[in-house]
Design a binder for this molecule. Sequence first.
Ligand code: ZN
Length: 63
Amino acid sequence: MPNCLYCQQDNPTGADECENCGMPLPALADLAPERRQRRFLWFCIGLTAFCVVMFFWLPRSIH
Ligand SMILES: [Zn+2]
């Protein structure tokens, strides 16, 4: 049960906003950095995969 920081209203689990005053609940605010971090991790994995594909796909220079 996330408790509203502004009006101390108890809200159902999984609610994004307070039912009483409509402000975002702290549970959602705590989740945001972790979600952003995971997105960054997948970006790094994708970038690495892209580099590996390009390494084999592009023709090598002949010396
Ligand atoms: Zn509230």
